[in-house]
Ligand binder design. Structure first.
Ligand SMILES: [Fe+2]
Ligand SMILES: [Fe+2]
Length: 172
């Protein structure tokens, strides 16, 4: 197998991790929505869409490189979390794992002299800094509420308010 093929296969595997993140955040959003946290749910839906976008970005790159993309089988995500904090902490843990994955891919691209892939992954390296930052900020603000219902409701209203359909900005 050529070095380039090894790299492309590794990128194809990253697809499944981006889709797993998409699924995980959607599952969290549905759980929080069901529990009445419209704002947190909308925030998570937006984040889920970003993960879908990351998968799309990798697919576009592989297609540009004339590589056949193989879609992965995805595990069923967890359905319920004990608290808003637990759910957001799960998202942060997943982001930290994604960052490690992206760094490994970037290193592989560097080591194999695959400059096109290095350039493509530079975007992901910067994106992960932003992703970890926003989830860490949210977790910090949740901790400020000391798990009080009123505190969580204030934060929930700040994040979106109204229905998650209206506040996600997703539109039709
Ligand atoms: Fe991602
Ligand atoms: Fe992310």
């Amino acid at each position: 197998m050529s070095l380039e093929t090894t790299m492309h296969n590794a990128l194809n595997e990253q697809l499944s991790r981006e889709y797993i993140a998409h699924f995980l955040y959607r599952a969290i959003a549905m759980d929080l929505y069901e529990k009445g946290y419209d704002g947190f749910a909308a925030w998570m839906e937006t984040h889920a869409s970003e993960e879908y976008g990351h998968a799309e970005r990798i697919i576009t790159y592989l297609k540009d490189k004339n590589v056949r993309v193989v879609l992965p089988e995805l595990p069923k995500p967890k359905e319920s979390w004990d608290s808003v904090r637990d759910a957001v902490a799960a998202a942060l843990a997943h982001e930290q794992k994604l960052t490690a994955d992206i760094h490994k891919l970037h290193k592989l691209a560097e080591d194999t002299g695959d400059l096109a892939t290095v350039s493509m992954l530079d975007w992901f390296v910067a994106e992960q800094v932003e992703e970890e930052h926003i989830v860490t900020r949210l977790l910090k603000r949740i901790d400020l509420t000391r798990n009080s219902d009123i505190g969580l409701m204030v934060l929930d209203a700040q994040l979106g308010g109204g229905t998650s359909e209206a506040s996600s900005g997703a539109g039709e």
